[in-house]
Design a protein around this ligand. Structure first.
Ligand code: FRU
Length: 474
């Protein structure tokens, strides 16, 4: 059988044509998940920003719709969020509740950059949008970094809360109607990582698994800048929020993902109570090379949606990530793997299309388990678990087209804690590998651009043998 090498991802959202970056306005309404995104409709590199639009009923299959928001006299349409105004706090909705988008207007004139927050609303499930006449609703007299509003309804204080990226801090505002905003507090001075400009914040509450305790999570992306080792990436904080102030319970950054390609991730608004999942989607790229990645006619994909939960690991509260259950429906069949693997290796043949691999193994004291994704004799991606160093590496220097960026060929790695039984989930699509270690305690998201399709997966250990249990879905 000759495998056709597809030129698009199967499981990941990518626009039909042209450039995409951050996910925007993630919201669930009337049985649809909405994904808006930073979009340049006239080119395959970043340019005048619009909001592109796609909808899905299952978080995996997306239908691209016409552009939702176009630039206007206030500037381009930068990142932001969307909410359902259930109780017509805005006065925009006479009959039925509807969607409101809260986004940044970005205006670049010869003398200065102005960023301000604006509103648009939709009376037809997000198909068409009306810009609010009083735009912008929130401006700053001097700060040119004043963007990416993420808004949610705070039940305890009966107010809308906005978190906004303000240079290298996050500012918190509140409102009764999404139109008049009051400054509440500023978070982030002397806390977390300040290697670059802060962007695309999110703030939400989650129960700590196995307890009754609720903690708040603040997500903050860090833009690429001079001297950043890894390009752009995402930190988060856990702590408390009282309707005015977010207080982190730690000062060091925690990392959302140890790969290069998870950025500007934010979560869905208004997922119904019965479901109550906190779902995040990120932009699967990195500002260091996003404009150069070798795809044709379109550029950039979103990550798979991730369900977020909070879990305690030796006194440290961490975000844990899972692929949504809807992903299971995509695969036709499952084969079990139950084998002892030694240095001669185990070859798993694969079919055309994406692969979902889940493996469990005990952690020996020494040696290394290598999982090779083989595309051709010369083209492969290596996932290596070094048992002694407790290190997972993903090596993509031989994964195909890599020379468009110096950073791209460098190894990606993470150090895991003293886990006895290793559990690894890997989703491989046309141009990506997404990896979750220890039931989602660690995530690593990585692009790759092989010229061939995946031929087989080879597992082997450097010394001795390990028994492996798992499954592969295709
Ligand atoms: C993050 C970002 C946002 C901004 C948008 C512009 O990737 O820089 O801060 O709103 O992209 O496209």
């Amino acid at each position: 059988v000759t495998k056709v090498n597809p030129s698009r991802p199967y499981l990941h959202y990518a626009p039909e044509k042209n450039w995409m970056n951050d996910p925007n306005g993630l919201v669930f309404f009337n049985n649809e998940y909405h994904l808006f995104y930073q979009y340049h409709p006239n080119g395959t590199t970043w340019g005048p920003m619009h909001w592109g639009h796609a909808v899905s009923r299952n978080l995996i299959d997306w239908e691209e719709l016409p552009i939702a928001l176009y630039p206007d006299q206030h500037g381009m349409i930068f990142s932001g969020s969307a909410v359902v105004d259930w109780h017509n706090t805005t006065g925009f909705f006479d009959d039925e509740p509807g969607l409101v988008a809260i986004f940044t207007h970005h205006k670049d004139t010869d003398s200065k950059v102005v960023q301000s927050q604006s509103l648009a609303y939709s009376l037809d499930d997000g198909r068409t949008w009306i810009k609010y006449k009083g735009n912008p609703v929130l401006s700053h007299p001097t700060n040119p970094d004043f963007r990416d509003p993420k808004v949610f309804w705070h039940h305890e204080t009966d107010k809308w809360i906005m978190v906004l990226a303000t240079d290298q801090t996050i500012s918190i505002y509140s409102s009764q109607n999404l139109i008049n905003w009051v400054f509440e507090s500023e978070f982030g001075t002397n806390i977390g990582s300040h290697e670059g400009v802060w962007e695309c914040p999110d703030l939400f509450a989650l129960k700590v698994e196995g307890t009754k305790e609720v903690k708040w999570v603040m997500i903050v992306s860090i833009g690429d800048g001079e001297g950043l080792t890894y390009g752009s990436r995402t930190q988060y904080f856990t702590g408390s929020f009282n309707g005015k102030e977010f207080i982190s319970e730690h000062s060091e950054a925690k990392w959302l993902d140890y790969g290069r390609d998870q950025y500007a991730g934010v979560t869905f608004s208004d997922i119904p109570q019965e479901d109550s999942r906190r779902m995040l989607i990120g932009w699967m790229s990195n500002w260091r090379y996003a404009n150069q990645v070798p795809t044709e006619g379109w550029r950039s994909q979103m990550t798979l949606p991730r369900e977020l939960t909070l879990k305690e690991f030796e006194g440290n509260t961490k975000l844990v990530q899972h692929f949504p259950k809807e992903l299971d429906n995509w695969f036709n069949h499952t084969s079990e793997i139950e084998r002892t693997v030694d240095s001669s290796g185990l070859n798993i043949e694969v079919e055309q299309g994406p692969v979902y691999l889940s493996l469990n193994t005990q952690r020996p004291k020494s040696g290394e388990l290598q999982i090779a994704l083989n595309y051709s004799e010369q083209t492969y991606t290596l996932i290596q678990l070094n048992f002694n160093e407790k290190k997972l590496s993903l090596k993509r220097s031989k994964s195909g087209r890599v020379n468009f960026s110096e950073l791209f060929s460098k190894d990606q790695e993470l150090f895991f804690s003293d886990i006895a039984d290793l559990q690894l989930t890997v989703v491989i699509d046309t141009f990506s590998v997404e990896l979750l270690l220890n039931e989602g305690e660690y995530a690593l998201t990585s692009l790759q651009f092989p010229n061939d399709s995946l031929k087989n997966i080879n597992l082997k250990v450097s010394t001795g043998e390990v028994s492996i249990r798992g499954m592969i879905k295709q």
